[in-house]
Write a protein that binds this ligand. Structure first.
Ligand SMILES: *[C@@H]1O[C@H](CO)[C@@H](O)[C@H](O)[C@H]1NC(C)=O
Ligand SMILES: *[C@@H]1O[C@H](CO)[C@@H](O)[C@H](O)[C@H]1NC(C)=O
Length: 421
C-alpha cells in the first residue's frame, strides 16, 4: 500500500508540473449514457430465498440483459446494464479483492460481465468511495488501486462510485485518485461520481471544474424516489441552478439527475411522458430502473420514443434551459442540430404542472423563445409524432398541455426561405 501510494503521489507531482490532467478523458460518454440500473426499482432486496424473482442476483441482471435486446431497448440506444449497491459479499476475499455475494452471484462477476457483453451490452458496477457502501458492504477506501484493477479484470465498462461513509472534504482528493487508478488499468470505463452531491449536502461548494474533468457524469441532487413530487423537485433544482449546471454539461461530461422511474408505480402516463421529455431536454443520462419483465406497453413506448431520444443524444450535447416559469407552466429549450450558419434548431418542452383538470392552452411567439431565424422552422410534436408544420419567427406555437404533462416540439431550422404567396 505504501508503495503505490508513493507512486501515486510521484505521478501526481509530475502531472502537476507538466500541468496535464489525469482525467478520464478517454473519448467515452460523448452523448449522455443510456442504460438500465437496478437501484430505484429493486433496491437492496437480498432475500433470494423468499423473493427469487426480484432479489439482487445474477439472474436478475441476466434477465434484464435478455429483455434489453429482445424488447428493443438496445436498438433504441440503451446499451448498459449496471449493478447498484448490495451485489457484494460482506467481506473481501483472502487476496483482499472484492467479491460478490456467493449465493446470489454464484457464477461470479466476470461470468456476468461476459454474459452481458455477449448480448452486445456494456456492463456497469457500483462501489463507494468510503469505508462502506451505503448499504454497508466493503467500500474502496484503502484498496483503490486493487479495486480499479479488479474492475478492469472483470471487463467493467462503467463505474458508479457513491459517497457514503466517507468525508466529503476528502473527495476532492479521493475521486480523482480513483479516476487515476481506473485510467491506469488502460481499460476505458465511464466514471459516474456522487462527489458534488455529498459536498453540497455538507454545505461545501463543489469544485465543478475539476469534477467535470474527472467524471463523465455526476450526481448533484437527492436520489430519485417513485413519485411525481420527487421528479418535480429534481426539475426545480435543475431550473433553479441552471446557470451553474448548464455550462458543465457537454460531450464526455454530464449532470446526472438520477434514474428514469417510468413504468414503475408512482407516475401516471402523462407524468411519465413528462419525465422522459424533461430528462431528454436536460441532456441527462437516460438510466431506466424498471422491471422490464412486467412493464406496460405504453411505458415501454415512452422509453423507446426515438425522436425524443434523438434530442437527448444530440451531438451538440447542450443541456436545456428553463426560459419561462409562471402560473404552473414552464418552457424549456435546447439547441440541437441541424444548424443553418450560426443558428440552431431547437427542442422545446412545455411542461404543465397545474392540477386543474383540463389542458392548459399555451401560446408563445417563436421569437420570444429565442427562435429568430429569418427562414423559419418546421415544427413537429415528438410524443405523438405529429407534424405541426412551418412557422415563421413571427408566428406563435399554440399547444394544449395536459395537467402534469408535456408537449415536446422539435423546431428544425429551414435553410431556404419558403415561398409565401
Ligand atoms: C487515460 O488518460 C489519458 C489522458 O487523459 C487519455 O488519453 C486516455 O485515453 C485515458 N485512458 C483510459 C483507459 O481511460
Ligand atoms: C474509515 O475508517 C478509518 C479507519 O478505521 C477511520 O479512521 C475513518 O474515520 C473512517 N472514515 C469515516 C468517514 O468514517
Amino acid at each position: 500500500m505504501e508503495i503505490f501510494l508513493k507512486k501515486w503521489f510521484c505521478s501526481l507531482v509530475l502531472l502537476n508540473i507538466l500541468s496535464l490532467c489525469y482525467c478520464l478523458d478517454n473519448g467515452l460518454a460523448l452523448s449522455p449514457p443510456m442504460g438500465w440500473l437496478a437501484w430505484q426499482r429493486f433496491r437492496c432486496n437480498t432475500d433470494c430465498e423468499n423473493d427469487p424473482k426480484h432479489c439482487i442476483s445474477e439472474r436478475l441482471f441476466m434477465e434484464m440483459a435478455d429483455l434489453m435486446v429482445s424488447e428493443g431497448y438496445a436498438k433504441a440506444g440503451y446499451n448498459l446494464i449496471s449493478l447498484d449497491d448490495c451485489w457484494l459479499d460482506k467481506k473481501r476475499g483472502p487476496d483482499g479483492r472484492l467479491r460478490p455475494d456467493p449465493l446470489r452471484f454464484p457464477s461470479g462477476i466476470r461470468a456476468l460481465s461476459n454474459y452481458i457483453h455477449s448480448r452486445g451490452l456494456r456492463f456497469g458496477i457500483y462501489e463507494d468511495y468510503g469505508n462502506y457502501t451505503c448499504a454497508g458492504y466493503p467500500g474502496i477506501l484503502n484498496h483503490m488501486e486493487l479495486d480499479a484493477q479488479t474492475f478492469a479484470d472483470w471487463q467493467v465498462d462503467y463505474v458508479k462510485l457513491d459517497g457514503c461513509y466517507s468525508y466529503p472534504s476528502q473527495m476532492d482528493k479521493g475521486y480523482p485518485e480513483f479516476g487515476y487508478f481506473l485510467n491506469r488499468t488502460e481499460r476505458p470505463m465511464i466514471y459516474s461520481c456522487s462527489w458534488p452531491f455529498y459536498q453540497l449536502i455538507n454545505k461545501m461548494e463543489p469544485d465543478y471544474k475539476t469534477i467535470s474533468n474527472i467524471c463523465h457524469l455526476w450526481r448533484n441532487f437527492e436520489d430519485i424516489q417513485d413519485s411525481w413530487q420527487s421528479v418535480t423537485s429534481i426539475i426545480d433544482y435543475y431550473g433553479d441552478n441552471q446557470d451553474t449546471l448548464i455550462p458543465l454539461a457537454g460531450p464526455g461530461h454530464w449532470n446526472d439527475p438520477d434514474m428514469l422511474i417510468i413504468g414503475n408505480f408512482g407516475l401516471s402516463y402523462e407524468q411519465s411522458r413528462a419525465q422522459m421529455c424533461m430528462w431528454a431536454i436536460m441532456a441527462s443520462p437516460l438510466l431506466m430502473s424498471v422491471d422490464l419483465r412486467t412493464i406496460r406497453p405504453e411505458f415501454k413506448a415512452i422509453l423507446q420514443n426515438s425522436e425524443i431520444i434523438a434530442v437527448n443524444q444530440d451531438p451538440l450535447g447542450v443541456q436545456g434551459r428553463r426560459i419561462y416559469k409562471k402560473q404552473g407552466v414552464e418552457i424549456w429549450t435546447k439547441p440541437v442540430l441541424p444548424m443553418n450558419g450560426k443558428k440552431f434548431s431547437w427542442a422545446v418542452v412545455v411542461l404543465n404542472r397545474r392540477v386543474d383538470g383540463t389542458p392548459s392552452q399555451v401560446t408563445a411567439p417563436l421569437r420570444d423563445l429565442g427562435l429568430d431565424s429569418e427562414e423559419g422552422y418546421h415544427v413537429r410534436e415528438l410524443n405523438d409524432h405529429k407534424d405541426i408544420g412551418f412557422l415563421s419567427k413571427d408566428q406563435a406555437i399554440r399547444v394544449d398541455v395536459n395537467p402534469s404533462g408535456v408537449v415536446m416540439l422539435k423546431c428544425t431550422i429551414q435553410r431556404v426561405p419558403p415561398f409565401n404567396p
